[in-house]
Design a protein around this ligand. Sequence first.
Ligand code: NI
Length: 226
Amino acid sequence: MLLQIENLLSAEQVVRFQGALATAPWEDGKSTAGYQSALAKHNQQLPQTCETARTLGEEIEQALAANLLFQSAALPARIFPPLFNRYGGGHSFGLHIDNALRPLPGGGRLRTDLSATLFLSDPDNYDGGELLIEDVYGLQSVKLPAGSMILYPATSLHQVTPVTRGARTASFFWIQSHVRDDSARAILFDMDMALQRLRGEVGDDHPSLISLTGAYHNLLRRWADT
Ligand code: NI
């Protein structure tokens, strides 16, 4: 399932992020690529330990914690501290798949169930830089307004097309979900969205709504790992 999360960041946050990233210490992006994807990766990235990456990353994590659409779709158990990349002057990232396990900065490893890209540049300010994702419905081309995010299964082949004008800055990270299987997660998400709409129509205490909510939680209990 591909899901677009509009305005994860506010307009004020986007302007502040763009200002901070303009003067950040960018370096070659191969440093975090797996062996195979390093061959395809041509971009710049912020060191994980730099102050800008750390403070903006924390702000993104707070926005994710407060975003009900993200919480419902991802059912996050753990989120990798957000990374930042920049593509300009013909930079691209060829077709690849993300590593299944990511070493966490504090130790341990995160299983990458979902990948996320948060767009931080105004699309009018660069050409190219589409995120192409292969999903069950075919190749999807994604280029979102600054502050909006795409969430997609980390099992998907994907690439970033060359940026031929301007620069494309984004944050990217992975999520380990309580529900590993993408199709199970999609069912839970559909149910939760329908329950929220129904709640608006019939009120919190309608008996059918209560029993359907119970069914949702029983499915989640069955499918969730911790
Ligand atoms: Ni990737």
